[in-house]
Design a protein around this ligand. Sequence first.
Ligand SMILES: [Zn+2]
Length: 288
Amino acid sequence: MLGALGLLALPATRADAAGTAKKAQQPQQQQQPHAAVWPHASLVPGGVARLSLGPAAVRPTAFAGDVPLLVLGDTIEWTALVGIPLAATPGDASITVRAEGRPERQIVYTIAPKQYREQRLTVAPRTVDLSPEDQSRYERERDHQATVIATLTDMRPDTALQMRVPVPGRRSSSFGLRRVFNGQSRNPHSGMDIAAGTGTPVLAPLPGKVIDTGEYFFNGGTVWVDHGGGLLTMYCHLSRIDVKVGDVLKTGERLAAVGATGRVTGPHLHWSVMLNRAMVDPALFIAA
Ligand SMILES: [Zn+2]
């Protein structure tokens, strides 16, 4: 019976057992996420879990630790989206769900291991071995960024979370790479780099509100956009910023221009997507 209870707690991502029974001789095919569903589920560090919360008359609340999660859907079927941090330990993880008139419950999901490759880069030495002045600047900026990251607004994103690519160009699959700058290990790469020339317009991938702009030591010219419910996006190394805090953007509206500011090897857009304070792979939000 424990096994059956365990199965009930699994997210509904497996092929229905009855549906696959008649194909028992064939290797079991893993059900792909529905093509029209964004973000795609990817149960690895840096991925997104989509956990079914079932029906409820009122939108349930869900938490990873004490961080509120984005809950989408309708009274027939609610889904919690969980951004899985790159630093997450593979294995079982859980969220807490509170629905009106029902006892609090946990939903368990399993994070699979993923080995991200290593990337070695050569950059200006002063951006790897920081002077005391740069070190204290970086620490101030890190503390400021922590407050930006904690932004949580009630504004709910549309249930259609497919994002438009913010600039055309070759999209690297560099999310999650373990980075070695000038021979020294640093934090993993927590976004997607898109090749584009300086001055290329950067367009909002979803409706949102600008919550931060600035010139930062590592990230250079930077814009943060809040899409609601703990879904944020960040654009870095910009040559020009065309928006200010408080501006409300429509999908496709210009917010900045590509550049090569901060710690870079050349002009490109660095694009990060953050969900419940975890940087997740932007590729999960865009059509291939
Ligand atoms: Zn980058």
